[in-house]
Write a protein that binds this ligand. Structure first.
Ligand code: NDP
Length: 457
């Protein structure tokens, strides 16, 4: 590519991003997600006149619709509580909307738009017919009783049910929304519409849920990392890993990493991180599950059970030396300062199991240092893939075995890896795969082709 063409593309990206800023004020997370995608996709899209003519990129950054609603409910003291909830239906060009619900006090429109936008590319990468969406509320389940969580979920569904359906929009879990919340939401949905359908995924296995759904995002991310290493003639065996978070994703990242012969040294939550030099074995992972999922307590409790481990309050685990980092908690939890520490300690691979946990500045530092970087939209797509399997099983009225689901998951993660290589490996430019370009372009193509086929809609 000549210098003049490079300058022209850079100008087009700058104009596009200026438009995003103007049209979406105060939406930093959304801007960050769009910037990453547009930087990869614009050069590719400009080479194809139909994408330009049909203004595919301009349409893709505008959600199909956003529903915003009030959720009123009563707490255990009889006091009325009011929360806000959203459903961002981003793009259904290749299938019904699909994406999780997040309950966390930090939830706002910018965060849900970034997640919904990312979800479109991720879902496309799975190869399944799934559109992209995301939703959630600023409700915080952490300090609430089971009865309060139930009343909130039931109240939320009184409005949400109008906008979802097995062929329209299929919500699932995310931060703050696990089996308990899904159960309450699905129970209320089923009661209102008087139908038992696969409209929500992540259900309990006794009532329509898929085996391996709970494990899928974490397992999938580790399979993705294994594919990345295999592509370079290496493997996870014997590697050390730093993981953040101790929720659904982090726990199953740890379990599968152990299974493939690696050693996870850290886990965390919003109160700090734990460092276990000996690594987490099955018994220790069970203890973390008990602390976080059953007792719903803080991660520091771990050192009361395993006093040789350390608890570092209010700190993030990126200061611990390891071969691989797998951020698995939340967006922007690994910044430039953290990246410098990881690079200085010789990290080789950073694999996003959470959504956008690494800042753009940190990604740049990893690229410069030739540390392989895997974006979440590729690496954590295993969760939504198995949600897609759950929808299929519900439609077929069948239950696949755990082995069958895991085999399918493994194959999808391999296919996503191959897609990233296809669109992100340019030997003339670099001897390492650019997984960001690969995932963005690989996810874009299917949606863009569908959108141009539909005409101007
Ligand atoms: P969980 O709610 O199960 O766990 C989230 C974990 O992250 C907890 O340990 C939580 O700590 C920590 N955390 C949340 N917010 C913050 C914060 N602001 N600062 C520090 N730590 C924080 O969520 P999941 O494990 O399901 O999700 C984790 C990530 O993976 C998210 O980015 C999600 O979008 C992404 N993801 C999840 C999928 C799934 O299938 N669940 C699918 C694809 C992506 P604490 O307990 O203190 O709040």
């Amino acid at each position: 590519m000549g210098k003049a063409v490079e300058v022209e593309i850079a100008n087009k990206i700058a104009v596009f991003l200026k438009m995003i800023r103007t049209n979406n004020p105060f939406q930093e997370e959304f801007f960050q997600a769009v910037k990453e995608v547009i930087t990869s996709v614009m050069p590719f899209a400009l080479e194809n006149s139909k994408y330009v003519k049909y203004k595919v990129l301009e349409r893709m950054v505008e959600p199909d619709r956003i529903v915003i609603f009030r959720v009123s409910w009563q707490d255990d003291n009889g006091e009325v509580q009011v929360n806000r909830a959203w459903r961002v239906q981003f793009n259904n060009s290749i299938g019904p909307y699909k994406g999780g619900m997040r309950f966390h006090p930090s939830v706002n429109l910018s965060i849900l738009k970034f997640l919904g936008f990312e979800q479109c590319f991720k879902n496309s990468l799975t190869g399944l017919p799934l559109g992209g969406a995301k939703g959630g509320s600023n409700f915080d389940p952490k300090h609430r009783s089971d009865a309060e969580v139930m009343r909130f979920c039931h109240a939320l569904m009184i409005e949400l049910h109008r906008h979802i359906g097995e062929n329209t929009d299929v919500p699932a879990g995310d931060i703050g929304v696990g089996g308990r919340e899904i159960g309450y939401m699905f129970g209320q949905y089923k009661r209102i519409v008087n139908k038992f359908t696969g409209t929500i995924t992540g259900k309990g296995v006794d009532f329509g849920g898929s085996l391996i759904r709970k494990e899928a995002t974490g397992y999938g991310a580790v399979y993705f990392a294994e594919n990345v290493l295999n592509f370079r003639g290496d493997s996870l065996k014997g590697k050390t890993i730093v993981v953040s978070g101790s929720g659904n994703v982090a726990i199953y990242v740890t379990e599968k990493a152990l299974n493939l012969g690696a050693q996870v040294l850290t886990l965390s939550d919003s109160s700090g991180y734990i460092y276990d030099r000996e690594g987490f074995n099955e018994e220790k992972i069970a203890a973390v599950k008990e602390i976080k999922e059953i007792k719903r307590a803080r991660i520091g409790e771990y050192v009361k059970i395993y006093p040789k481990a350390e608890f570092h309050p209010n700190k993030r685990p990126w200061e611990v030396a390891a071969d691989i980092a797998i951020p698995s908690a939340t967006q922007n939890e690994l910044d430039e300062e953290d990246a410098k520490k990881l690079i200085a300690n010789g990290v080789q691979l950073v694999c996003e199991a959470a959504n956008m946990p690494v800042t753009l500045g940190a990604i740049e530092l990893f690229n410069t240092a030739k540390v392989i970087f895997n974006p979440g939209k590729a690496a954590n797509a295993g969760g939504v893939a198995v949600s897609g399997f759950e929808q299929s099983q519900n439609s077929l009225r069948m239950t696949w075995s755990a082995e069958e689901v895991e085999d399918r998951l493994k194959n999808i993660m391999k296919d996503i890896h191959d897609t990233c290589v296809k669109f992100g490996y340019n030997k003339k430019k670099s001897d390492i795969v650019n997984y960001v370009d690969g995932a963005n372009i690989g996810g874009f193509v299917k949606i863009a082709n569908a959108m141009t086929t539909y005409g101007v809609v």
